[in-house]
Design a protein around this ligand. Sequence first.
Ligand SMILES: [Zn+2]
Length: 330
Amino acid sequence: MLKIPLKEIKEKLLSSGKISEEDFNARIKAKINELSGLISEEGAAHIIANELEVELVSSENKKLTVKDIYSGMRNVETIVKVIQKYEVREFNKGDNKGKVCSILAGDETGSLRIVFWNDQVDLISNLKESDILHIQDSYVKEGFNGRKELHLGKLGHININPSGVSIGEVRQTNTFERKSIQDLQGGENSAEIMGTIVQVFDPRFFHVCPECSRRVVESGESYTCAEHNEVTPNLSYVLNLVLDDGTSNIRAVFWKDQSNKLLDKTESDFGNFKDNIGSFEDVKNDLLGEQFILKGRVKKNEMFDRLEFSVSFVEKANPDKEIARVEEVV
Ligand SMILES: [Zn+2]
């Protein structure tokens, strides 16, 4: 069964004009009684939609906007814009060896995670923020925290930057909950913190394969990827700093894209820092005392027994917005 929230089924039925709100509520109750409570409200609503011959989801194969995509759907076609590409992760569980990469993408109606496995990861190796993806024959699974997750599957197709297609500003539907740093416990997947930068460390540099973004092995002048052999690598880096919000402080980890955002720098700027790390001192000094909002995940670093904030989005704190936010909360 498709996982359509009760509220949305109700909206669709009411807008069909075939039932009033009062009748809908009464009929849900009656249906649950009739089936001795063995059915959820969503299940009852599905049956009522069926009885009223209201199509909750179009059966024609047409392009769906993100808001109309539900867990359980197959043969989904959609066009989305990339918001963020996450690191490629490799796994090795017994005979089960492979890699997985996910991205956050969306359109004007919402956002969702798209997951790519194994060979599919290579299809998106050069994917950048704001690239447009035309996806066909994908399926939708319920992911972490009940969020919908698009999978390409064996039959899926992906077309990157098809001509003549554009998408406006993406409506981000995953919400990050504002937290005080002292309340973070580790394991939060979408937390937001705001604070002042009190310490900045030098970036650490490494090289990655341009094909698959995995780290390469360096020997003398040559770089070798486990899968793509000898390659001319791209530069990658990670920057750590400490953010303090008055309740406590936490080490925040910025991978390449977020480091570029934080400092408004490019890969070639970081190449210069690598060659002359002394020139990074000014950047560090400029960052100290600045206020930022960070969105991302909180992880426990077992080796150092401390929490770390892995940054997915960074923006400068805007005092006016902050005042408005606090007033709203109060
Ligand atoms: Zn490679």
